[in-house]
Design a protein around this ligand. Sequence first.
Ligand SMILES: Nc1ncnc2c1ncn2[C@@H]1O[C@H](COP(=O)(O)OP(=O)(O)O)[C@@H](O)[C@H]1O
Ligand code: SF4
Ligand SMILES: [Mg+2]
Length: 320
Amino acid sequence: MTPPPLLEVEDLRVEYLTATGRVRVVDDVSFTVRRGEIVGLAGESGSGKTTIALAILRLLKAPAAITGGRVLFEGRDLLGLGEAELRRVRGRKISLVTQSAMSALNPVITIGEQLVDAIEEHEGVSRRRGLERARRLLELVGLDGARVASYPHELSGGMRQRVVIAMALALEPPLIVMDEPTTALDVVVQRELLGEIARLRDQRGFSILFITHDLSLMLELCTRIGVLYAGRLAEAAPARQLAAAPRHPYTRGLLGCFPELHGAATRLVGIGGTPPDPRHPPPGCRFHPRCGHSLPACHVSAPPRTVVGPDHEVACHLLP
Ligand SMILES: Nc1ncnc2c1ncn2[C@@H]1O[C@H](COP(=O)(O)OP(=O)(O)O)[C@@H](O)[C@H]1O
Ligand code: SF4
Ligand SMILES: [Mg+2]
């Protein structure tokens, strides 16, 4: 029997409210993350990935607003929670690792103290117990526990990002949202860190929503993947299925640009043209100006989601 999903995002819609009107940057996006699973969200820059991550944690700031949908975590809709309840969810239930977090570490405070602060914010532990926990957390992410005494500038980029992951793990949340967690690092360090993330997940059993523009990285790490295009899900499928038999022209284009699926990381921009300006999206299928297969219907109506196999959905008029 399939266990109930940990996270269910249903028809999520996010709009930026500007002086000239509403700009819809996330449009009826639905996906689930089950316990212990690593689910990927891929998409070019501007496709709405970070907006979705922030919407799940209810961290979006005006002028962005969630204008539709539900975000169910352990069956509870996070969109209905007040600020006090949300504080209990963040960190303890869902934590966030971002690309920029490693540069946001405080340069004048030791790593250990920053970890203790993160723990203390949620749990009233003593300084000494907190520091012991900090040491263990660093060891968990493959760093020497003695690094509690180091300052951020004494660590490499890869080590700093490990510290950020240690912080995200501090309260043992069942779900970690990772938004481009390795993008700022060089390819070798990226791979090491991904190995570490996979190992930690195997060991601790938490779930990950893994967000990146790099589909090749994602194919190695994730169980299931959603491909976003201009704020909409073009295709969602088990990773193996997506690699072996992609159905959406956009996904096919993305995969076609990889020399080999497990080769060196390749940027997710291998298709002619650029994504649309979200203020003036093309009518119908938003991908139609870049699609080599478009039909008359593609210019006028948005393609519905079609189920083409287990956990496999595609939004394209080519499908029956
Ligand atoms: N403060 C803002 N006001 C208006 N539009 C924004 C704002 N922040 C982001 N956007 C737009 O939202 C879209 C999605 O952005 P984002 O979620 O950051 O994409 P990604 O993470 O996939 O690169 C982009 O088109 C971006 O220009
Ligand atoms: S709906 Fe039409 S334009 Fe969009 S991807 Fe499918 S064939 Fe191409
Ligand atoms: Mg982003």
